[in-house]
Design a protein around this ligand. Sequence first.
Ligand SMILES: [Mg+2]
Length: 410
Amino acid sequence: MIIDKAEVIVTSPDRNFVTLKITTSDGVTGLGDATLNGRELAVVAYLSEHIVPLLINRDPAKIEDTWQFLYRSAYWRRGPVTMAAIAAVDMALWDIKGKVAGLPVYQLLGGASRNGLLAYGHASGKTISELFDSVRDHQEQGYRAIRVQTGVPGLKSIYGIASNATHAVGVRYDHEPAVRGALPKEEDWDTRSYLRHLPTVFEAVRNEFGPELPLLHDGHHRMTPIQAAQLGKSLEPYDLFWLEDCTPAENPEALRLVRQHTTTPLAIGEIFNTVWDYQQIIREQLIDYVRSAVTHTGGISHLKKVLEYASQYQIKSGMHGPTDISPVGMAAAMHLGLSIHNFGIQEYMKHGAKTDQVFQQSFTWKDGFLHPGDKPGLGVELDVDEAGSYPYVQAYLPYNRLADGTVHDW
Ligand SMILES: [Mg+2]
């Protein structure tokens, strides 16, 4: 059996998705997610121009060899575009291997280590009362762990607030921050206001919902190390499951200072691409959760290596799962999460109805837990005709400016 065909399919049912579809000489197909939010077409070009020609006539069974070949033969290694492209190939080959074996991918990875995957959803509100409604709504949907994001007095728009009224330009659904349009939306930011406000939010949420509910929060890389340390310390009474992305991801050493000052658990890594991005922070035990998505970290093969390394230090998985991880990428995360020993939690935002029509999925969501299902492979099929009815639409993530006009981390 050889690889006969590899196609790059771009579709925008509720948002843009890039999918690689590999077909073997026996007619077996495999899917891989290559979606890179706001820079999708760079991965499309990388795949179509440079990867697809290399795949034709290769043995689809050689997953590790293909990974090493694509990674090392490029010479210019790492980076989000390269690693998303390699991830898509890796996922598609695991999908094919599962279909050939007649087994779900988690069985090929060692079998299930648990019955299901605890997942967290995103509650948000511009005000405390809107936030409480959103937390209740998520509990009614079955979520047993909840990320909390709120508006900050004095700021017009804030990361993570669903249906943000200030996003008048273009279309956005649920919590998707990428806005369709020719230019990115500008948002405002003030770290001191945020640091003052956030502990009062968590105090209110704990008073309303009690001590048991696991609560998470995302700082979205906006703080300096000492600001992040201050926040971690001020949130300690509210027993967070984790504080995510408290400092910019490019500077792993920043976490050392944060760690010295707070026992609030830390999570980072959604914009990391390889095990080398994690080398220092895992070895020095500066984090508690690995935030990488299968899609942006070179696929199942490579993220499994990151998580095995992390397991030596009791660091757990917390895979990225916003709506820009396609149903194929989410399925890959579920198979990997079910099989590893050091699973922590899975981020899970539901996709829109159009997306669920384009991608036929077989996962289950019950009582706060996900399961990838038992169909052979990843368990996702792509309706190519339906996908074709939603052409690519330009969309960008927003960016931040401070009150004096300085561009800030978004
Ligand atoms: Mg995040």
